[in-house]
Design a protein around this ligand. Sequence first.
Ligand code: PMP
Length: 445
Amino acid sequence: MTTSPLFYQAGPAMPEISHGRGVFLWDTQGKEYLDGCAGAISCNLGHGRGDIRDAMLAQLDRVAFTYRTQFENAPAVALAEALVEMTEGDLEKVFFVSSGSEAVESALKLARQYFVARDEPGRRHFVSLRPSYHGSTLGALGVTGYQPLEAPFADITSGSIKVPGPDFYRHRDGGRDAHVRRVLDDTRARIEAVGGDTIIAVVVEPVGGASTGARLVDRAYLEGLRTLCDEFGCLLIFDEVLCGVGRTGRWFAYQQWGVAPDLLTTAKGLGAGYYPVGALLCREAIVETVMASGGFQHGHTYAGNPLACATGLAAVEAIRREGLLDNVKARGDQLRRGLEALRSRYPWIGDVRGLGLLWGVELVMDPVEKTPFPAEANLFARVTALAKEEGLLVYPRRTLDGLAGDHFLVSPPFTISDRETDLLLERLARALERLDREVVTPLLG
Ligand code: PMP
């Protein structure tokens, strides 16, 4: 008999948070937590911000909800303009949604409708990476490459052609460039096996999230994908639900490598954790084709409502006003140095990778062979629990696809200070020291 009617996940009872300020949260017992993963990599501006509250209240006082097919919506237009400006001319059109899954779902459907409108209905496959995460609705799950989430639904999702992405930690096939070439050749071969003219789009996270522990692509890989898509006449979709809106120190992660997509999804940090808001950004020509064919056959009731967009706009303005992209870069460097120092202390920290304030730490049993710890050791859960005891929140996962094993994300709010970054690293060091003593040493004998 459970005491709460909620069911999210099995596990021990959790503390309840009473309030949050900046990068800190306090539970009802008075324990302090440094939010080292910005909730679910979403509370990008930290907690309890008066400016966001004021912007939301001002909008609530005007009107919370108007429907997109009935009225113009000034906050939606302003946020769309801001997003377009953030792409520096790469993408011109915006479709609002309320979550990352909805953004991906919308991208998949718009891409398909584009080809139907162009009289190419034979295009019916998506290509995506394994491992990857693109959302939990059936369409977004279909392109997700994460076995435990896919398994119960494999028979009822439309699925996608899953290809390996670059893995700069584990690859053994020569240098970095040779690895990228091999990965791209493999993708080309799998596309050719079903026919390039049956592909709608290739979907990629420029920086992975929890499914890969912040695995990165590089310029050569994105250029290669862009070339493949152009050659096969299909679209390129970047899923920046997690890594977009400043998380990597640029407005969008892809800007790091200078290869633009045809469609881009973003959500999570867009509402900074204060209200759900996500967006699909696309090239104008795609939208024009779909609209000329009778309009996009898609939409969600709460999509881009005035309160959602006023919140998103206030969040984007705060990032601009406070120069937070610079802080993301500076604190990101500090975090990287600290995480690398921890890696040199413990051989079982196999890899530290990331960009800006999005860092993945991968734990391995054998640093030479890069073999993961046994699943039963539940290392990802143990490290998270120990960090929580030490007053630090990190975001854990175990990847079962490919060779990767336990990892966790460190991704604090953009507002984190120099001193708070040191505190994050101190608490993490204490948690890892306990992990070494209490878990890893007994395990390795
Ligand atoms: N795409 C990516 C890359 C994500 O990280 C996530 C969320 N973790 C989603 C899509 C789905 O977003 P949401 O949980 O808001 O539906």
